[in-house]
Design a protein around this ligand. Sequence first.
Ligand code: AMP
Ligand code: MG
Length: 403
Amino acid sequence: MTQQPLLPVEEARARILMGLPTTGIESVSLRDALGRVLAEEAIARRTQPPADISAMDGYAVRAADVAEVPARLRVIGEAAAGGFHDGKLGVGEAVRIFTGAPLPRGADSIIIQEDTARDGDIVIVNEAARQGQHVRVTGLDFRTGDAGLPAGRKLSPADIALAAAMNLPVLAVHRRPVIAFFSTGDELVAPGTEPGPNQIVSSNNDGLGALIAEAGGVPLDLGIASDNEGEIRAAAARAGDADMLVTLGGASVGEHDLIQRALAPAGLDIDFWKVAMRPGKPLMFGKLGALPMLGLPGNPVSAFVCATIFLRPAIARLQGGDSALHTTQARLGSALPANRAREDYVRAALDHIVDELPIATPYEPQDSSMLSILSRAGCLVIRPVGARTAQAGETVTVLPLRA
Ligand code: AMP
Ligand code: MG
């Protein structure tokens, strides 16, 4: 088996992302667009607002007429949203207007209702107007031809509202990448079955499937292969035309860790194996024929951390999206020992405090099998290679685990 030095995490991620192709483009309706990645700029098909409109309920006036208050103006008509006053305001005139209605010709300002009193067809204005006040001018939000959303944007609810306002009912997005995966291990059974005395329930299949879906991919769960080369090859063959294959477990050096041995005859070309990180050292990346393949360790926490650090960015990149890890700063809630040659990802609680950095408090123990702690963790504290002892209160870099 190939023996390679430990690769720095940053370099491993760069090498995974480097060769990944971008998925094709498809059209989706706005209803299906949440979380999808835009393939092309979204260009406004209209100007918003399409005319100068009132931002308030009140009276449309000429500012010059209300320079001295109180002023008495004659009300010559009314305009509500969806309609308009078809006439021109002359000197000393006003139009009763409601939010969203176009400003009548001749008017330049809005007096809010609260600053007026009504006396038949006369309105008494008690506050002077700044010219243009409470008017949303044509194109305030955007104009026809404006690029409202850039290519590569992962669409949020606000983005979808903007696309709708720009009159774009359908958007061009990248196809969600299909990520095939399977677990290996004679000890594994699916959740819901009755495990034998030496068996454990596979948590990685469902956990990874959820992570893939959350990242915008389509999970293709190929199940569990026993520690048998033929079964591993058969499982890998079922990946079909997926965009990436992920194996879980069997990536280490134990004699039952068969992934590399099983897949070499199927054309596995290893780019790198073993990364300078904890948890998750036995991480492998390569190609199985043309299929990018990521070999994750089987320990559930290692698998999750590696998927967070490597697979999530890969899924983003496959869709032409932002593959950066969005780390932030926190203050340590308790001390951490000096770190050595592997970048350490420490599971920690993350407590938010008003007007201050959040507090990241590491859990104890940090065993890479403990899902109870992973589930509770709000972040991973990232300890660089060679970091010295960190005291409580020190600022550290963290990767939040929840939006
Ligand atoms: P391996 O990477 O195959 O050496 O597995 C390392 C550890 O993770 C062993 O204790 C396995 O039982 C456990 N493990 C492997 N795969 C899974 C899985 N799918 N779900 C839960 N635990 C697993
Ligand atoms: Mg195993």
